[in-house]
Design a protein around this ligand. Structure first.
Ligand SMILES: CC(C)(COP(=O)(O)OP(=O)(O)OC[C@H]1O[C@@H](n2cnc3c(N)ncnc32)[C@H](O)[C@@H]1OP(=O)(O)O)[C@@H](O)C(=O)NCCC(=O)NCCS
Length: 178
């Protein structure tokens, strides 16, 4: 299995994660977003010549209020650079085999590179309700609801993983050789 940037000639049409929005994005928009509009880059996991997972990222920024309270300490009050994990999905045929974790780890390595080359305080993701526990497992912290928003409001949960947590996560795995 290889993780690499999407190529214009890749066949995206057979990918099915089971989430219609994610699949539609991948089939219709991932290519033009990357090759025509340059608004983000999609990395694909390829096994036996077939795409079995993808992660789409774009650099972004957050205001300090958009971070969990615990992550705000000592940060300046101007917009802060982050890597945004815009989408992550694994083909149904490959779910539950560790591929989502591998793609996420790949994204954390990109964030580390961004931190070293350009500045990046962490990774943000708008987690769908079904995926909040997945991200929480890797240390992502939900950003507290902004005043005036109702907890009952359905919709994605913004979550954040700091660069310090990313460094620690990558170090731990590296030291165990995993
Ligand atoms: C969510 C998704 C990306 C996870 O990828 P995956 O390859 O199936 O996950 P992994 O095999 O790497 O799972 C790693 C761990 O997370 C757990 N996990 C997987 N999906 C989970 C979920 N939705 N909620 C909570 N835990 C989850 C697994 O049980 C596993 O735990 P374990 O290590 O204790 O056994 C994938 O199932 C998927 O594409 N789902 C549909 C689309 C989606 O919801 N994407 C996220 C949108 S924000």
């Amino acid at each position: 299995m290889e993780i690499r940037a999407l190529r214009a000639g890749d066949d995206r049409s057979r990918f099915q994660s089971g989430d219609p929005d994610l699949d539609r994005f991948f089939h219709k928009f991932a290519g033009q977003n990357q090759f025509k509009h340059y608004v983000g880059v999609t990395y694909v996991a390829v096994a036996d010549g077939r795409i079995v997972g993808f992660a789409t990222i774009a650099p972004g920024h957050v205001e300090i209020e958009g971070l969990p309270a615990a992550a705000r300490k000592r940060l300046p009050r101007y917009p802060l650079p982050v890597l945004r994990l815009a989408r992550l999905a694994v083909d149904q045929s490959a779910q539950g085999q560790g591929l989502g974790t591998q793609l996420l780890r790949f994204v954390l390595q990109l964030a580390m590179r961004m931190a070293n080359d350009y500045g990046c305080i962490g990774v943000v993701v708008d987690a769908k309700a079904d995926a909040v526990d997945f991200y929480a497992k890797y240390g992502f912290i939900p950003v507290e609801a902004v005043e005036g928003q109702s907890d009952a409001r359905p919709g994605p949960t913004p979550m954040f993983l700091s660069m310090h947590a990313i460094e620690a996560a990558l170090r731990t795995r590296d030291s165990t050789g995993g």
